[in-house]
Design a protein. Structure first.
Length: 147
């Protein structure tokens, strides 16, 4: 039985996701980071002191996943938690000097990865690719939110 073109495209996307994950993990592991941690750091580099619940929403991850990521980064001395003085139920997450010092190398690494991934694409192709990928993301986002 011949597979449909749609199924072939889905399989290519699946393989791309696997390769992209391996490609990214290989590079971030060299910096002592693991999957998901750079995204959290990028948010905090933009807005240090976000609450844990704000990070959950911004990262679109579960509370336990975010808590575990914070815990791991805190153990490495990259982040620290502070309880809000006005609302003791709220926890704010702050970068340590080590966490702030990682910004340049992490961002340079991600820029290099992006350049490698998009090597040979002109600006129009990049914009078209982004548009198509966002459409695919939107097509499945509703299903994920209902799960």
């Amino acid at each position: 039985m011949k597979i449909s073109n749609d199924l072939h495209i889905k399989n290519v996307l699946y393989e791309l996701c696997l390769k992209h994950t391996a490609f990214t993990n290989q590079r971030i592991n060299r910096m002592g980071l693991y999957q998901g941690q750079p995204r959290m750091l990028m948010l905090l580099w933009e807005r240090d002191g976000m609450s844990q619940s704000e990070l959950v929403e911004a990262l679109d991850l579960s509370q336990p996943t975010v808590a575990k990521t914070i815990e791991r980064l805190e153990k490495k001395g990259i982040l620290l938690r502070k309880i809000d003085q006005d609302d003791r139920r709220m926890v704010h997450i702050f970068l340590t000097p080590l966490g702030r010092s990682m910004q340049r190398s992490v961002m340079q690494s991600f820029e290099q990865m992006a350049q490698q991934l998009l090597q040979g694409f002109d600006q129009d192709e990049k914009e078209l690719l982004e548009s198509l990928l966002l459409r695919i993301k939107n097509n499945i986002s509703g299903d994920l939110n209902q799960a």
